[in-house]
Design a protein around this ligand. Structure first.
Ligand SMILES: NC(=O)c1ccc[n+]([C@@H]2O[C@H](COP(=O)([O-])OP(=O)(O)OC[C@H]3O[C@@H](n4cnc5c(N)ncnc54)[C@H](OP(=O)(O)O)[C@@H]3O)[C@@H](O)[C@H]2O)c1
Length: 515
């Protein structure tokens, strides 16, 4: 039986604060430290944690990659990254130079045992120099095919477990976690051969966004929403993750990946499970992740027949930017993309969750590149009023919308009477914006998640069975895509995807939200 809502609300309230607790002293080792993720996200996130006193006073960061670089050169790259990418409210020249002093760099080949011996020596030296007690966090930010090798080398170098049981060794593994069920299982097997599940933090940075976490607070920290959150009042749910950007310089990665692997398997299904889960008994990693898995297991599996009717894929052709007349190249004309590529840059899908709460309530998911707007949101669309006493008014349904990006917040739409004598109704919204309610200063999703990992809180990270459950759902779609060559391109850059995606909802008497 589900616990009383009040208990859950109390658990949420008494959960460790995600914004202030400093982490344990530790050394962070970033593999792939010369790369884009490290430069744009990880170093700025670590700096902002240090600047907000969320790292312990004593810490050290080691970058590891193949590119030869001195400590000084790595420190300078870090300073440049902070200036360019850190939140302007925390970027401060003096603090930044102090922060850079804690950075060191080791270069080496991943298949060379000596490189890991060199890393180990450097780690121990820094631990002595900075008086660190020996907690270690390894961050895998290399191309994913290197992950098993790094894990094996850490094991062989004796770095995966701490001889002193009081101290911790943890590993954050970037997405994509596998490229199908079989490879995800294989990766789980190699990682779990070396690390305990409790040491492993599979990251999806979407889950570090405040609004995503706030979804749980909205549902279980308030008495008024949860009673509405079911098949009795919800007509359907729409989850959108839209980008205006094209593939940019990432064709080598994207050509092998596509929108289904890149977005649906990870971000979009993570959001789905958080919207749909039952109240967890408490706000901790085991309880929340157990409930998420139950949702994934209740999603009706796709079959070759249901994929034909319920899944739409697309690829953008040339078009024009939504807010200007500048011309945009089609996907096949982008640098590094094959001229006859059939990688999908858009996917829409209708899913059904076969449980008591959601039976008969479709969840429509869509994601794509080069769409009409950069927006990620979850919209809960409620049923229409059962009887309309205001004749002649064509009213939209009420919607509760969680804006995940770019403007984090929540809004609810309802109908109000327009001023004047006539009874004319208009749809209006009540809005909560993170920016206006709490001001700036919110942390990047990466900062939140790295800090959680250092504090041993895995609530927002994926578990081995969770990641396998998402691949199990997505695998039949990937197989069907592989088997049939579509007519691509089928939507113009700067629009909202292929016509078939509109038809997916029109067949059910519904429409995508106009964003
Ligand atoms: N960038 C993002 O915004 C983002 C977002 C989500 C997830 N991720 C994931 O994070 C990881 C890193 O992403 P990234 O964008 O930083 O990638 P990246 O820039 O392509 O690669 C990171 C580093 O890995 C090293 N590397 C490249 N090819 C290698 C190879 N064959 N063997 C060993 N090392 C190699 C390179 O450093 P050296 O040549 O110096 O060794 C490179 O600087 C990837 O798994 C990616 O999917 C990235």
């Amino acid at each position: 039986m589900s616990p009383p809502l009040q208990d859950v609300a109390d658990a949420v309230e008494s959960a460790p604060s995600r914004s202030v607790s400093p982490a344990d002293p530790c050394t962070i080792v970033i593999f792939g430290a010369s790369g884009d993720l490290s430069r744009r996200k990880l170093i700025p996130a670590l700096y902002s944690l240090a600047a907000q006193d969320c790292l312990a006073r004593r810490f050290a960061i080691i970058g590891f990659a193949r590119t030869p670089m001195t400590d000084e050169a790595f420190q300078q790259t870090a300073v440049d990254s902070v200036k360019k990418f850190a939140d302007s409210s925390t970027a401060n020249g003096e603090q930044c130079s102090e922060f850079a002093k804690a950075l060191a760099y080791v270069s080496g080949e991943y298949h060379h045992a000596e490189a890991f011996e060199k890393l180990k020596q450097r780690l121990e030296e820094l631990e002595r120099a900075h008086q660190l007690n020996g907690n270690r966090l390894f961050y895998l930010a290399t191309p994913p095919d290197i992950y098993p090798l790094v894990v094996e080398q850490l094991h062989k170098a004796g770095l995966a477990k701490h001889p002193n049981g009081q101290l911790w060794v943890r590993i954050i593994i970037e997405k994509p976690y596998g490229r199908d069920l079989a490879s995800a299982q294989k990766l789980n097997e190699s990682v779990l051969n070396v690390f305990e599940e409790s040491q492993i933090y599979r990251i999806d940075h979407y889950l570090g966004k405040d609004t995503v976490q706030n979804l749980l607070v909205l549902r279980f920290g308030n008495g008024i929403f949860e009673p509405l959150w079911n098949r009795n009042l919800v007509d359907h749910v729409q989850i959108t993750a839209g980008e205006t950007l094209g593939v940019e310089q990432r064709a080598a990665f994207y050509e092998k990946t596509g929108a289904t692997r890149d977005m649906i398997q990870s971000h979009v299904l993570q959001l789905t499970s958080l919207v749909a889960l039952e109240p967890p008994a408490m706000f901790d990693a085991t309880a929340v992740r157990n409930e998420k898995i139950k949702v994934l297991q209740a999603i009706r599996p796709f079959t070759p027949e249901s994929i034909k009717t319920d899944v739409v894929r697309g690829q953008y052709g040339p078009g024009s930017a939504p807010d200007s007349s500048s011309l945009l190249a089609g996907y096949r004309q982008e640098p590094g993309v094959k001229p006859d590529s059939w990688t999908e840059t858009y996917v829409a899908a209708k899913i059904q969750i076969d449980n008591w709460r959601w039976a008969g309530v479709p969840f429509y998911l869509r994601t794509g590149k080069r769409l009409g707007k950069r927006v990620s949101e979850i919209a809960i669309e409620f049923r229409r009023a059962p009887h309309l006493v205001f004749r002649g008014q064509d009213l939209a349904t009420n919607a509760l919308v969680l804006n995940i990006q770019p403007d984090e917040g929540i809004s609810i739409s309802f109908h109000a009477k327009l001023p004047g004598q006539e009874m004319r109704l208009k749809t209006v919204t009540m809005d909560f914006s993170y920016q206006s309610a709490f001001g700036g200063g919110e942390r990047s999703a990466y900062a939140t998640l790295i800090n959680d990992c250092m504090r041993g809180d895995a609530t927002l990270f994926d578990r081995a069975d969770g990641v396998e459950a998402t691949w199990k759902l997505v695998d039949p779609i990937l197989e069907a895509f592989q088997a049939h060559r579509p007519k691509f391109p089928n939507y113009a850059a700067g629009t909202w995807g292929p016509r078939e995606a509109d038809e997916l909802l029109e067949r059910d008497g519904r429409q995508w939200r106009r964003l």
